[in-house]
Design a protein around this ligand. Structure first.
Ligand SMILES: [Zn+2]
Length: 117
């Protein structure tokens, strides 16, 4: 945008809206990229499996949901509460301790996810 009043008494040099410094002198970091639009749960399909880990422990594994599209810490918290069990997430996989296929499925469906397997 041109400076409409260049050379007049209204010719105020542009300043940064964040720090108030002249734009030429501003050292603010670039604004963060807009958050990626996340997929609604009903556009995502979770795949469930019970797997045996070393030591004979069973875990209920949720795959097919992308960490980028979901609040995994919040989701793991809801699944742990629904199962009364511990749980964790790594990359795009969620694991809940123990065999909890039905409870995990019900909790995911209650939130709105589609569930396979
Ligand atoms: Zn600035």
């Amino acid at each position: 945008m041109g400076r409409l009043f260049a050379g007049t008494q209204w010719d105020v040099p542009p300043r940064c809206d964040r720090c108030g410094a002249l734009e030429a002198e501003c050292r603010c970091p670039p604004p963060p990229a807009p958050a990626r639009e996340s997929l609604p749960p009903n556009k995502q399909s979770a795949k469930l499996a019970v797997e045996k880990r070393t030591g004979g422990r069973f875990v209920t594994v949720v795959r097919g949901l992308a960490a980028a599209d979901n609040d995994f810490p919040g989701l793991v918290g809801q699944l742990k509460a629904a199962c009364g069990a511990g749980g964790t997430h790594k990359d795009d996989t969620i694991e809940i301790q123990g065999k909890h296929l039905d409870a995990v499925r019900a909790a995911l469906e209650r939130i709105g996810y589609r569930v396979k397997g």
